[in-house]
Ligand binder design. Structure first.
Ligand code: IPE
Ligand code: IPE
Ligand code: MG
Length: 242
């Protein structure tokens, strides 16, 4: 990784493969989720050290409620525990935490832990972590549409106000577009992750399962990003690095 080259401003990480990571080791799936918390913590510290400004982390999709109730409950408890205990690095690294997703039907205790984390970190500006929990791109677009329709209905906006910028501002969070989306575990799909925001993102699909996505794996990913030639529909640029 070349530190002098451009870092992606906003990185999306689809943290996939926890279950398979555990099963490969003869453990139950939930052990993979537990291990992933430690991996994520190291990764966040590393991203802060590398100067990443925004990271969106896919923690739980709207579709993940289809899973076995035991796994869902395990994950909900893991969220509560982790938000309370594992985010001690946040103060030192000046990390702001935001959440994207639907509050319903998340349990009250999860919501309380989320709200506390947001409140405790609201003045930090170094790295913004947008945790996508009970998040789905389709749900986000539906929710944004309802919000905008209500504004229109109340006479707060007219049709001329509806621009691309306005749509972005009315998503769950108003963040810059994604530059780079990493999905671990070798699956080649978005699974309802930030479709609108990823319109010009570069994609990277490492084979490793998320619990094995170390800071070194992250640096390898950045190296790949730095060799990409982004055109945004324009003409070819000079390749940024050799
Ligand atoms: C990702 O790992 C974590 C969540 C979706 C919550 P998985 O649980 O999807 O693990 P695999 O993909 O089944 O191995
Ligand atoms: C996507 O992974 C959601 C998260 C990583 C939180 P899934 O494991 O749910 O996605 P599919 O089912 O393989 O598409
Ligand atoms: Mg999966």
């Amino acid at each position: 990784m070349n530190k002098d080259l451009l870092m992606p401003n906003h990185i999306g990480i689809i943290m996939d493969g926890n279950g398979r990571w555990a099963q490969k080791r003869g453990m139950i799936r939930t052990m993979g989720h537990k291990t992933a918390v430690g991996t994520l913590k190291k990764l966040c510290i590393h991203m802060a050290d590398r100067g990443v400004k925004y990271a969106s982390l896919y923690a739980f999709s709207t579709e993940n409620f289809k899973r076995d109730i035991k796994e869902v409950e395990f994950l909900m408890n893991l969220f509560i525990e982790s938000f309370k205990k594992e985010f001690d690095f946040i103060k030192e690294k000046k990390v702001r935490v935001l959440f994207s997703g639907r509050r319903k039907p998340l349990p009250k205790k999860v919501l309380e832990a989320m709200d506390q984390l947001v409140e405790d970190t609201k003045n930090y500006t170094d790295l913004t972590l947008n945790i996508c929990l009970n998040y789905g791109s389709h749900a986000e677009i539906v929710d944004m549409t309802k919000k905008v329709c209500e504004m229109y209905h109340n006479g707060e906006i007219s049709l001329e106000n509806i621009t691309e910028d306005f749509i972005q501002k009315n998503m769950y969070q108003d963040l810059p577009p994604l530059d780079f989306v990493i999905r671990t575990s070798g699956e080649l799909r978005l699974s309802n992750f930030m479709m609108y925001q990823a319109s010009y993102a570069e994609f990277y699909f490492p084979k490793v399962y998320f619990p094995d996505f170390t800071p070194e794996e992250f640096d390898k990913a950045i190296e790949v990003f730095q060799k990409r030639n982004r055109r945004f529909g324009g003409i070819e640029n000079e390749v940024k690095s050799s």
